[in-house]
Every structure is written in C-alpha cells, then in structure tokens.
Design a protein around this ligand. Structure first.
Ligand code: PMT
Length: 216
C-alpha cells in the first residue's frame, strides 16, 4: 500500500486539452492526451489526497478514487478550477489550455462556399494558472511549461509572469517527452533554483512533483 502522506489534503488538478468551438463541428485544440494530469491525479489519490481532476476532452480513463469534472473549453475549465480551488490546499495545472478562442462561434456548420472559413477572429482566454496563483494566499500552486527550445529560460519567465510557486518545465520537442508520450523529460523551476530530472514515466514524475508539494 502507498504511504498516506497526502491524507487530509485537497488538490485540484487540471489536465488534457481544451476544445474551442468554431462551429458545431469544428474546434481549435491541441495534442495533449491528458496522461500527465491523470497520472498526477492517480498518484495523489493513491497517497490519500482528495483530488478534483478538471479534465478536458480525452478518451482516457479516470483513476478510481478521483472526483472528475469534465470540461470542453478554457472558459469551462476556468470555472471548474476556481470553484474547486475555493476549498483546496493546492493546485497543479497540467492542462494544455488554448490561449485564444473564437470570438463568436457559429451556431450552424459554416459553409466553405459562402462563409468565411479562412479567417477566424480570436480573443484571448483567461490564464487559469495565473488566476489561481492570484487567489492562492498561503496555498501552493504548481504549473507546467511546455517548451520546444530554451526550456529552462522560458519556464523561469513563466514562473515570474504567472506568480505560481513552481513550474515543471517539459521538453515537448523530444519523442520521449511531452504531448501523448508515456515518459517526460522535465526540470523543476522555482525561485530558489532549477533541478534537472532524468526521463521519468509520467506516474514517476507525478510522484516527484507530489513529494515537492508535500515539502512546500
Ligand atoms: O497531456 P499529455 O499528453 O500527457 O501531455 C502533457 C503536457 C505536455 C500537456 C503537460 O506536461 C504540460 O506541459 N502542460 C502544460 C502545457 C501548456 O499549455 O503549457 P503552456 O506553456 O502553454 O502554459 C503554461 C502553464 O499555464 C500551464 O500550467 C498551463 O496549464 C497554464 N495555462 C495556460 C494558459 C491558460 N489560459 N491557462 C492556464 O492555466
């Protein structure tokens, strides 16, 4: 049996992609499978935490013992995460949230012949990680950074800009790391310094992140 070192803790985890509707049949999305956030949820629950997983569209199973709120869009993910965070001790944002969403999604299928499909007006979404960080007080908020180059430098900038406690920077340019893979190559970036981790399975990386959360 796993140590119950997170018993009594409530943790909110965001995971997966978001789908931003263009019309009833088209959306803007990304390559997140949800594996990283689902691994975090599963390991946290195994270690005794009460977990709310705010999960974007994926066909993967939710680990047992995890409360799951399924969402489609960045706006829905924001509402669910803010609501669950009110009574939580910590949040981990592993979702790949769309940075932009169509300004006015159509209520009918757009027709190539007579409606504009070559230009879609976009508006910025709310940054969920930054919003949770603003509301966190003494609580701990951990974010991710998906980068293809200058991984640590960009993660350091994100840490400062978003105001969270830690950024887990992952290299999404590698075939053994990032979107859809079973393993991840990551760095723990905080104001006290950066620690490089070896390639780990997503459950192993999840446990490392939860150890860190426990210390903070
Ligand atoms: O789901 P998998 O297939 O297992 O892939 C895992 C992953 C690569 C998606 C994951 O490990 C990861 O890196 N998640 C963050 C991906 C991302 O979109 O990073 P970003 O650099 O765009 O965003 C930085 C941070 O801000 C993230 O914590 C993100 O959740 C958060 N964010 C971003 C935009 C927004 N509107 N709201 C947010 O909360």
């Amino acid at each position: 049996p796993a140590p119950q070192d997170l018993a009594g803790k409530r943790i909110v985890i965001t995971a997966g992609p978001t789908h931003e509707p263009i019309d009833p049949v088209r959306f803007i999305g990304n390559r997140s499978s949800g594996k990283m956030g689902i691994a975090l949820a599963g390991e946290a629950a195994r270690r005794g935490a009460a977990v709310t997983l705010v999960l974007g569209p994926t066909s993967l199973d939710v680990p047992c013992g995890v409360e799951c709120v399924r969402v489609q869009t960045a706006a829905e993910m924001l509402q669910a995460a803010l609501s669950a965070f009110q009574t939580a001790d910590a949040a981990i944002c592993a979702a790949a949230v769309a940075d932009y969403t169509p300004a006015a999604p159509a209520d009918h299928k757009l027709k190539k012949a007579n409606e504009r499909l070559d230009r879609i007006e976009l508006v910025e979404t709310v940054d969920i990680l930054a919003e949770l960080s603003r509301q966190k007080g003494e609580r701990c908020v951990i974010g991710f950074a998906a980068e293809t180059d200058n991984v640590v430098e960009y993660a350091e900038r994100k840490l400062a800009r978003k105001g969270c406690d830690v950024i887990i920077a992952n290299d999404v340019s590698r075939t053994d790391s990032g979107f859809g893979t079973d393993t991840n190559k990551a760095w723990i970036v905080s104001t006290t310094g950066t620690q490089e981790l070896p390639v780990l399975t997503k459950p192993q990386l999840a446990d490392t992140i939860l150890d860190l959360l426990q210390k903070l």
